[in-house]
Design a protein around this ligand. Structure first.
Ligand code: AMP
Length: 282
């Protein structure tokens, strides 16, 4: 397994594989790898000849410097896990390699509208940071296929649109969310939770499933359903952000033609912000 931190060496390896006609899969991550990330890598291995994983904590997508600094970094451990999964190359550039002139003057890529709604409404410039770095990584790795988690539903939606709008010659595969035995979606931020917070955290999934069941049963009083879910989250100790129920295909309000809904939730436990989503057939 190659561990590469320069663009020149990365491009050299990729060129070499291309000349050999290898199919390249790419899994972008911010490290602190858990079984969710590793599932993406396992899927990547199944559908390609070469697997590239990037580990880069992207300052451009954090709206809070404290959150960026506290983001868990476990590089040695991550390398061990990826080696065991037969990954071919880890790309782990420094901040200066990715943003030699800093982030302020960096050319950016933004998917309009979709980046400003839902999660983007409370986190201005977050998705611009995601799409800019993803665009840069896609240009460097030039994969045949990129694997992304449904855990970050809006991010997946936005990146699919960017790939389509800018004609990136790659397939985007969305991988279902991996959860622990209590339903809590695996996340790097879970490691920052105390024992007590971890117990509370699984309620996010429970409340979300509850909302999903109501929708499946034909209830359409969206405001009522959301108010009840909000109360349930508050009662167990969360500070919830607005919950959304949207058409899973358009991310707009549910309409007559909606076939699938997505429930999008974000809530804080202390300083830790957790997000989750559930797709249900209507
Ligand atoms: P991150 O390191 O948080 O940027 O995540 C890297 C990739 O892993 C993204 O495509 C995420 O959506 C995906 N991912 C994170 N957590 C999970 C999970 N629990 N299940 C599936 N994919 C995940």
């Amino acid at each position: 397994m190659l561990i590469v931190d320069t663009i020149q060496i990365l491009r050299g390896e990729i060129r070499h594989w291309r000349e050999e006609g290898k199919r390249i899969a790419f899994v972008p991550t911010m490290g602190n790898l858990h079984f969710g990330h590793l599932t993406l890598v396992t899927e990547a291995r199944k559908i390609s000849d070469r697997v590239v994983v990037s580990i880069f904590v992207n300052a451009m997508q954090f709206d809070d410097t404290n959150d960026f600094e506290k983001y868990p970094r476990t590089f040695q451990d991550d390398c061990e896990k990826l080696k065991n999964l037969d990954v071919d190359l880890i790309f782990c550039p420094s901040h200066n390699i990715m943003f030699p002139a800093g982030t302020q003057d960096q050319t950016y890529v933004e998917v309009p509208k979709l980046s400003d709604i839902l999660e983007g409404a409370s986190r201005p410039r977050h998705f611009r940071g995601v799409t800019t770095v993803a665009c840069k990584l896609f240009n460097l790795v030039e994969p045949d296929v990129v694997l992304l988690g449904e855990k970050d539903f809006q991010q997946l939606h936005i990146l699919r649109k960017m790939v389509s709008d800018l004609e990136f010659n790659m397939e985007v595969v969305g991988v279902p969310t991996v959860r622990d035995e209590n339903g809590l979606a695996l996340s790097s931020r879970n490691s920052l939770l105390s024992e007590e917070q971890r117990c509370i955290a699984s309620n996010l999934y429970r409340v979300m499933v509850n909302v999903g069941e109501k929708l499946i049963n034909g209830e359409r009083d969206v405001d009522g359903i959301l108010a009840e879910a909000n109360d349930q989250l508050c009662n167990v100790g969360f500070t919830p952000e607005p919950i959304f129920i949207k058409d899973a295909v358009t991310l707009q309000s549910l309409g007559e033609g909606s076939r699938k809904a997505v429930i999008l939730m974000a809530a804080r436990l202390g300083k830790i912000r957790l997000i989750d989503n559930l797709i249900v057939d209507l």
